[in-house]
Design a protein. Structure first.
Length: 526
């Protein structure tokens, strides 16, 4: 009997040990790029793709934060280890970080978790730890420090919970949107009639959807092609290369408007205005544009050649669109995002800066004024306007352009989020200060790219409503200078920010109006 008792005790201890061992560790994620990108996406204006060696490569960067990122389902209180191998073959050594963007009610904050230096041609492992806080979303990403244009690869990204994960807290019930037929909705464009236009950015595939077309006609009177008038959709690299070969003229440029045709035709047929976006940008512009013979294996062209290409490109785009769609495009973003985030002046990493120099912005506006049809307004467009030192750089550039007489207005990108301590991040008062300074230059104003991040809870969506309402009220104070306010997308699941796990627009995925929609309407009636 005594032996039997001892045996039971031993078995109990063994079971206890097995139980502890079973709870001791948990594999959360191990990357696999055999079949695709495995849920990773581009954070910023760059390209992320799977290589033939089953790694994930990032190219076309212009800022350190431009990086591959991925959403992770982490649990508050969980203690995690993470590691990744990085590789670069461009410079002798480059510094990397694994960072996390965690968000609550759409407000995003950041934390650096691991650092390391990768020598040229060598795979290097970064390792770190993270304790998950009270957040709705967790995005891990691999960025650089001091190497904004570096191309690099990652592999073997893994996340583990060495002590297991805690029990997940009960979530707040999801907010339910009441369905409303499009024809029964009030109209935002009608609510703002006589004040300024209200519009949206729309991709070409929307025009094959009858419901989306119905929504556009009901709510908006000005459209922006989301990508279809950017240089990588307009510049015909092969035809341009052929022209150079046939004529010997390195400044020759060929363009086409295949991608933009659906939107421009729809606008023309239905009496809608179009805002053109964009003529000159460091991103989404083919790199061949800046090289001799349109060949990236050859050197960058001279300043004189690039000025010729710039003028010819702007000439062809403005004159051809005006001939094919007379009176439809009423304004253009001539230059986009030329100011560096941290230096209060131009991005020196821009290929436009590298080939032409500091006056590339001024020359772009000079050529745009030369070839634009009468009455077409010319804008400079940028993001993070309320933040210093960027605001000072924007003001400096605008003052120079105003002095030359070729600019009509400024486009405020407003890609914001619900903040924890104020209506939006940045606080509304910072937006108001920026508006006051820029309006004081006598320029026309437009909110060119508006969206406000929120998680899908009643509290967050009501905060989002308040944020939209307050921004619209602020713009109404400048109604005599404002040409338009445009949201950047039609519905949540069509937004460029959907990969961030936030819901940023006025309509849900089923085209039902969210509280934010009514916030915009309420501002017009106050």
């Amino acid at each position: 009997m005594k032996r039997f008792g001892i045996l039971l005790l031993v078995l109990a201890l063994m079971m206890s040990c097995l139980s502890v061992a079973g709870a001791a560790g948990k594999e959360i994620y191990v990357s696999s790029f055999i079949a695709g990108t495995d849920g990773w996406y581009a954070r910023g204006a760059q390209r992320v793709f799977r290589t033939t060696e089953a790694t994930l490569r990032t190219e076309g960067r212009s800022s350190d934060w431009h990086s591959p990122g991925r959403n992770f389902d982490l649990i508050e209180g969980g203690e995690y280890t993470l590691s990744v191998e990085v590789y670069q073959d461009d410079v002798e050594s480059a510094n990397f970080m694994v960072s996390i963007a965690h968000s609550k009610n759409g407000g995003e904050t950041y934390e650096n978790l691991a650092r390391g230096s990768a020598k040229k041609g060598e795979w290097t492992t970064l390792e770190g730890t993270y304790t998950a806080g009270d957040f709705d979303q967790f995005v891990l990403y691999v960025e650089t420090t001091g190497a904004p244009e570096l191309s690099y690869e990652i592999r073997n990204f893994r996340v583990d919970a060495p002590n297991g994960e805690p029990q997940r807290k009960a979530k707040e019930p999801e907010f339910v949107i009441e369905p409303v037929a499009i024809e029964d909705m009030p109209s935002i464009k009608d609510a703002y009639a006589g004040k300024f236009d209200f519009g949206a950015a729309v991709p070409q595939y929307a025009f094959g959807n009858p419901e989306l077309k119905k929504l556009i006609l009901k709510q908006f009177n000005i459209l922006t092609p989301e990508n279809e008038l950017k240089p990588d959709s307009v510049l015909d690299v092969n035809a341009s290369k052929k022209l150079v070969q046939e004529t010997g003229d390195e400044t020759a440029v060929a363009v086409h408007f295949d991608a933009a045709k659906a939107l421009l035709t729809f606008a023309q047929e239905n009496g809608l205005k179009v805002h053109g976006h964009v003529l000159v940008w460091h991103s989404q512009t083919p790199q061949q544009f800046f090289h001799e013979g349109y060949d990236t294996k050859k050197p960058l062209v001279s300043r004189e050649v690039m000025l010729g290409r710039l003028e010819n490109y702007i000439k062809e785009v403005l004159t051809q669109t005006a001939e094919m769609y007379p009176g439809v495009i009423v304004s253009w973003d001539v230059v986009n995002e030329a100011i560096d985030d941290g230096t209060a002046w131009l991005r020196k990493t821009s290929p436009w800066y590298k080939t032409i120099g500091e006056d590339f912005v001024a020359r772009a506006f000079e050529y745009a004024r030369k070839y634009a049809a009468d009455g077409v307004l010319l804008y400079y467009n940028d993001y993070s306007t309320p933040y210093e030192p960027k605001l000072s750089g924007i003001i400096k550039l605008l003052e120079q352009l105003v002095a030359e007489g070729n600019i009509d207005g400024y486009g405020f990108q407003m890609h914001y989020s619900n903040g924890s301590s104020d209506v939006t991040e940045p606080p509304l008062k910072k937006i108001a200060v920026a508006l006051e300074k820029i309006s004081g230059l006598g320029l026309k104003l437009r909110v060119s790219e508006l969206d406000i991040g929120a998680s899908w809870t009643e509290k967050a969506l009501m905060q989002q409503k308040e944020a939209y309402r307050e921004i619209m009220k602020l713009m109404l104070q400048y109604a005599d200078q404002t040409e338009a306010v445009q949201v950047w997308g039609l519905k949540d699941d069509m937004s460029w920010r959907m990969g961030q796990g936030v819901y940023v627009l006025l309509f849900d995925k089923n085209l039902n109006p969210k509280p934010a929609f009514y916030g915009v309407l309420e501002a017009a009636g106050e």
